[in-house]
Design a protein around this ligand. Structure first.
Ligand code: CP
Length: 311
């Protein structure tokens, strides 16, 4: 290995220049897919999932296939990560993989992988961050606007969670004006000092006035009110009931969106009737499926950039 070993834990650990570079690369890859065939030839991505997934699993595997590489899917529960130390198992994976993407419950476990790794680690979503989603979100906005993402007015309405932390980091790097309407903070996702850079740049508004935040937005974004893993878990019923009661006035629905020209975003999976009314999902202003599709090219760009750093 000649170059620098770089990981993607969250965008806040990358320079603004590198974030801009990877977004531009994602746009290039999206519009010139054939040119990038073969760029991962001979390379294997190991995907390790401790949690459920549809988009992350499919888009990383499809991305590697389209780039001429290969992806191996590992369900944590069927591996010996359950028996041994993260360090030892990670060291072994690095002897086979060019890249590892891990969706782990706890950021501290992901950091243990990073400490042991000799190949780039990509965070596929932990309790603190969801950087791959945030890049796909910015790619979606970049593709939707004539003059790029800088200056776009993005309003997030929902529970403050891991998705928000990464939206905050990437907005700060790309000059997006982010308004947060978050009556609840998920205690598992609290990342001290996360808002400082965005606030210092004058790009952050925090408010509970959802109607005003929607009226002033180009994009309105929401996410699940409860970690998707626990949404149907009976032991989380009390938390779910409490959150739903508090959050229902903040649901994205026709009444809230009345008079607004904002596009509607959601990172999926969607819980219709909770954070978003079902008729909003496929309404004419929804760009939700484009956003989900953009995971593919965003992650291709991330993988290409991380391997490029090693050269
Ligand atoms: N948005 C997202 O990460 O989707 P999956 O949980 O289905 O991977």
């Amino acid at each position: 290995m000649q170059g620098q070993l770089k990981h993607l834990i969250d965008w806040k650990y990358w320079s603004d220049e590198d974030v801009r570079f990877v977004l531009n690369l994602a746009r290039k890859v999206k519009h010139h897919r054939w040119e990038y065939q073969g760029h991962m030839q001979g390379n294997t991505l190991v995907m390790l999932f401790q949690k459920t997934s549809t988009r992350t699993r499919v888009s990383f595997e499809a991305g590697m296939t389209e780039l001429g590489g290969h992806a191996i899917n590992l369900d944590w529960r069927s591996t010996n990560f359950t028996l041994s130390k993260i360090r030892f198992e990670t060291r072994y994976l690095c002897r086979n993989a060019a890249l590892i993407m891990a969706r782990l419950k706890e950021n501290k476990d992901l950091m243990e992988m990073v400490d042991a790794a000799t190949v780039p680690i990509i965070n596929g979503c932990c309790n603190f961050y969801h950087p791959c989603q945030a890049l796909a979100d910015m790619l979606t906005i970049a593709e939707d606007r004539e003059h790029g993402v800088s200056g776009a007015r993005l309003t997030y309405i929902g529970v403050y969670n891991n998705v928000v932390n990464s939206l905050v980091s990437i907005s700060a790097a790309l000059g997006v004006k982010l308004t947060l309407v978050c009556p609840i903070k998920d205690p598992a996702s609290v990342d001290e000092g996360a808002l400082e850079k965005l606030a210092d740049s004058g790009l952050l508004i925090e408010t509970l006035d959802a109607a005003k935040a929607v009226a002033e937005a180009d994009y309105v974004y929401t996410d699940t009110w409860l970690d998707m893993e626990y949404f149907n878990d009976p032991s989380y019923q009390a938390v779910k009931d409490e959150r739903c009661a508090l959050m229902l006035p903040y649901q994205i629905n026709a009444q809230l969106m009345k008079g607004s020209q904002a596009k509607i975003m959601h990172d999926m999976p969607i819980h219709p009737g909770y954070e978003m009314a079902e008729d909003m999902v496929e309404s004419e202003r929804s760009i939700i499926y484009d956003q989900a599709e953009n995971r593919l090219d965003a992650q291709k760009a991330i993988m290409l950039k991380l391997l490029q750093e090693l050269k």
